[in-house]
Design a protein around this ligand. Structure first.
Ligand SMILES: Cc1cc2nc3c(=O)[nH]c(=O)nc-3n(C[C@H](O)[C@H](O)[C@H](O)COP(=O)(O)OP(=O)(O)OC[C@H]3O[C@@H](n4cnc5c(N)ncnc54)[C@H](O)[C@@H]3O)c2cc1C
Length: 323
């Protein structure tokens, strides 16, 4: 039997949809093993996030709400997870793979001397033991592994689990008492640089438009890639070539060493399709490529391809999409 704790992720009081994939994972493992799952919401004045998670079948929605938790300072959040996991005796603590969980969960696992697996894409029980599948080598290998110890920390790939659907029953919200001295930390929150305002995050968006080395400068990127993304209500992304040349910020990079995306529609604009880029987009439902080189490797994975110069094709496409 595995009782599971799901760590909810939110930004400015807005639940990150990937959390519902982690809930889906927890639901499946709890059902397979005869256990239950709880969801933990951490932050300041995040009662509404907890409320929104009540219809997803958790035994409890736990709410760690405290002024010291206004920003996700990793060692504070890790200490909350440590306290909750210790006092309530879970077998698994899980979150959707993201920058947030990469920062926080390994710290919490270390505090509890527990093992950790990242990028899990499947789990099943065999002879009473939980067996996990996880992605390795940029998605080219799927490893089948077990994790020793009574407490396991995991991150799951959101694309591998359909988001949980709300039901009619609601779970109770249970406040977690926290003392201020329990949350003291050597780290203080200094600030956060906002990403491109007004556009969705590429890891959550249904449409992602990405630009590659074909784009010559930041103005062209904003005009061509930003313009097409806006016409489709989508997010923007970029290959590493543009990040390395300073045209796009690191936060836009998609691929093995960037973000992993799984939109309904991925548009690769002037991107060659190097394996390191493909590692970040292979879970996309439909891939469309625009490239002037008919032999570019991206066309081997693209569902639809257009051999054209992006400087003429993209403005034309964007103009046609505008009402
Ligand atoms: C360890 C490691 C990790 C990496 N991680 C990542 C990663 O996370 N993400 C990532 O993206 N890369 C990553 N890379 C880099 C990767 O190998 C490639 O170098 C990079 O993806 C190439 O980017 P690109 O396709 O934009 O550029 P290029 O490979 O130079 O391709 C540009 C494409 O644009 C086309 N083109 C040029 N001009 C036009 C035009 N006017 N109209 C239409 N098409 C045009 C060309 O035909 C070409 O196909 C990594 C590399 C290493 C070694």
């Amino acid at each position: 039997m595995a009782n599971i704790l799901v760590i909810a992720e939110h930004d400015g009081g807005q639940l990150k949809l990937a959390t519902l994939a982690a809930v889906s994972f927890a639901r499946q493992v709890a059902a397979d093993t005869g256990g239950t799952f709880d969801i933990l919401v951490i932050g300041e004045t995040v009662g509404a996030v907890a409320e929104s998670l009540r219809p997803y079948g958790a035994a409890n929605v736990l709410l760690a709400d405290h002024a010291q938790l206004q920003h996700p300072v990793a060692d504070r959040y890790a200490r909350v997870i440590e306290a909750v996991a210790q006092s309530r005796g879970y077998g698994i603590v899980v979150g959707a793979a993201s920058t947030f969980t990469k920062d926080i969960l390994p710290r919490a696992a270390a505090l509890l001397d527990a093992g950790m697996l990242s990028d899990v894409v499947g789990a099943h029980q065999e002879a009473g033991e939980l067996i996990f599948k996880r992605v390795m080598y940029a998605g080219n290998v799927i490893a089948t592994v077990t994790l020793a110890g009574d407490l396991k920390f995991l991150t799951i790939r959101p694309a591998a689990f359909a988001p949980a659907v709300a039901g009619s029953e609601t779970s109770p919200v249970v406040p977690i008492p926290l003392a201020t001295d329990q949350l003291s930390s050597f780290a203080e929150y200094g600030g956060r640089e906002a990403k491109v305002a007004g556009r969705p995050d590429s890891t959550e968006a249904r449409v992602v438009v990405s630009g590659g080395r074909a784009i010559k400068n930041a103005e062209d990127f904003e005009r061509l890639i930003g313009g097409l993304a806006d016409a489709l209500g989508g997010a923007v992304g970029s290959s590493r070539a543009l990040v390395d040349s300073g045209i796009t910020p690191n936060s836009l990079q998609i691929g093995q060493t960037g973000k992993i995306v799984a939109p309904d529609l991925y548009l690769a604009v002037g991107i060659s399709g190097a394996i390191q880029h493909l590692a970040g987009i292979k879970d996309s439902k439909v891939i469309v490529a625009i490239n002037k080189d008919a032999d570019a490797p991206i066309f081997e994975v693209a569902d639809y391809g257009l051999v054209a110069d992006v400087y003429t094709a993209v403005p034309e496409l964007t103009a046609k999409l505008k009402p």
